[in-house]
Design a protein around this ligand. Structure first.
Ligand code: HEM
Length: 406
């Protein structure tokens, strides 16, 4: 059991009519459709911005306009803590994610270079090879646990290609990722961060002074304002690049597969017209945006009729922006031909917009193309109840799929 749900005292500046007993990390979800479940926060009479006493106590914003206001205003909302409660954030700052502009920009430029379109183009073939290898590993069985056997493996494999580590490191890395992403306790998550630090440090020591073209060697050679990057900051950058692309991609893969397993017509539509794949990726990213963003209030301010105090935490479930009917027509409906404007914010707001978006889109497009070409017809194993775990990103721990292997 995670102990993060502890209920905090309600601060004096929080109006009592804005308090709701809602735990953003643990709420009832039917059939893993967490966006639909979050819509209960929008019932008539419910405040658009409320205070939850769970996870250290924090504000929750539920409308597209207020979510935009929070995620796009780095002057008033800081990225110092990217999860709730504050005590459960990484032991070492993830850079650039936990650094506010303008200081953030120099770290952002470094990572942007390492995830540039040129680099993504070179990773594309690795991603395709890994996708095909994983699918072929279970195709003849006619069944798999999609999350455990596919979705959790693909992003680790891509991280390993980026940093250039040997195949033998996959299991130890997966074990660290599990502790951080699916801990059985808060202590286990913090232990995961410590192990990730140690792994990153090991790579730095191995690559320093070398001429390799992998991400770690590149960082060790790079300078910031004319100076070598301190070891502590190198670890923060490498750890972020590993963690940022794990649960996010695996979560998205799980919800994509769930949707297609449940909607044979839409599956066939994609298979018959692969030109729709890019539109399908955007639309499914919109409908099932998994990130829950957190911000720390930087100065006393007013938002949506409430006074927020410096140091308060605010959370923004990005999917509530993407399924707001004030912004999108018929927002729960999945339409692979939906116009790209207005755009979803699954990859975040302005200053910290996801640097791995192009890589993530590439991985998801490859998944759709290669899976549907090999396993065109599949469904969820009858009798399975799907669960979802809602944290900084929402994921399904398990998705049992079956198909005819003939
Ligand atoms: C579907 C997959 C993904 C989703 C939904 C996603 C979502 C996001 C979001 C919402 C942010 C902004 C967080 C904030 O403002 O607090 C972000 C930042 C970031 N993401 Fe992703 N991400 C995904 C995949 C990836 C991948 C594959 C990588 C790299 C391997 C990556 C690297 C990063 C980095 C480095 C940042 C920090 C940017 C900054 O702080 O300037 N992401 N991502």
């Amino acid at each position: 059991m995670d102990d993060a749900g502890a209920v905090a005292m309600i601060p004096e500046h929080v109006p009592r009519d804005r308090v709701r007993d809602f735990n953003i990390y643990s709420y009832d979800v039917d059939d893993a459709d967490f966006p639909q479940a979050l819509l209960k926060l929008r019932q008539p009479g419910e405040p658009e911005t409320f205070w939850s006493p769970h996870n250290g106590g924090h504000w929750v914003v539920t409308r597209a306009a207020t979510i935009d206001a929070v995620v796009n205003d780095a002057e008033r909302f800081s990225n110092r803590y990217v999860g709730i409660p504050k005590a459960l954030n990484p032991t070492r700052l993830f850079r650039p994610l936990q650094i506010d502009p303008p200081e953030q920009v120099k770290y952002r430029m470094l990572v942007a270079e390492a995830l540039s379109p040129r680099v993504v183009a070179t990773l594309r073939e690795d991603a395709r090879r890994l996708t095909v290898e994983l699918i072929e590993g279970f195709r003849a069985r006619g069944e798999c646990d999609f999350v455990v056997e596919f979705a959790q493996h693909m992003p680790i494999g891509i991280f390993m290609s980026i940093v250039g580590v040997p195949g033998g490191d996959r299991l130890p890395l997966l074990a660290i990722a599990e502790k951080i992403a699916r801990p059985t306790s808060d202590a286990e998550r913090m232990q995961g961060y410590v192990e990730l630090d140690a792994y990153a440090l090991g790579m730095i020591n191995e690559r320093r002074g070398g001429s390799g073209d992998d991400f770690v060697s590149y960082l060790c050679r790079s300078t910031l304002e004319g100076e070598p990057i301190p070891e502590d900051e190198l670890i923060g950058i490498i750890s972020l690049v590993m963690i940022a692309g794990l649960d996010t991609v695996s979560g998205a893969l799980g919800f994509f597969a769930r949707f297609l397993a449940r909607n044979p017509d839409r599956r066939r539509e994609l298979r018959d017209d692969p030109a729709l794949i890019n539109g399908a990726v955007e639309e499914l990213l919109r409908r099932y945006a998994t990130p829950l963003m957190a911000r720390e209030v930087r100065c006393d301010l007013e938002l949506d009729g409430v006074s927020m105090r410096k140091g308060d935490m605010v959370t923004a479930p990005l999917v509530l922006h993407n399924i707001d009917d004030a912004k999108f027509e018929d927002p729960l409906h999945v339409d692979f031909r939906r116009p790209r404007k207005p755009s979803h914010i699954t990859f975040g707001g302005q200053a910290h917009r996801c640097l791995g978006a192009m890589l993530a889109r590439t991985e998801l497009q490859i998944f759709l193309a290669e899976w549907l070409a090999r396993i065109p017809e599949f469904s969820i194993r009858p009798g399975c109840e799907l669960a979802v775990r809602t944290r900084v990103t929402s994921i399904m721990p398990s998705l049992p799929l079956v198909w005819d292997p003939a």
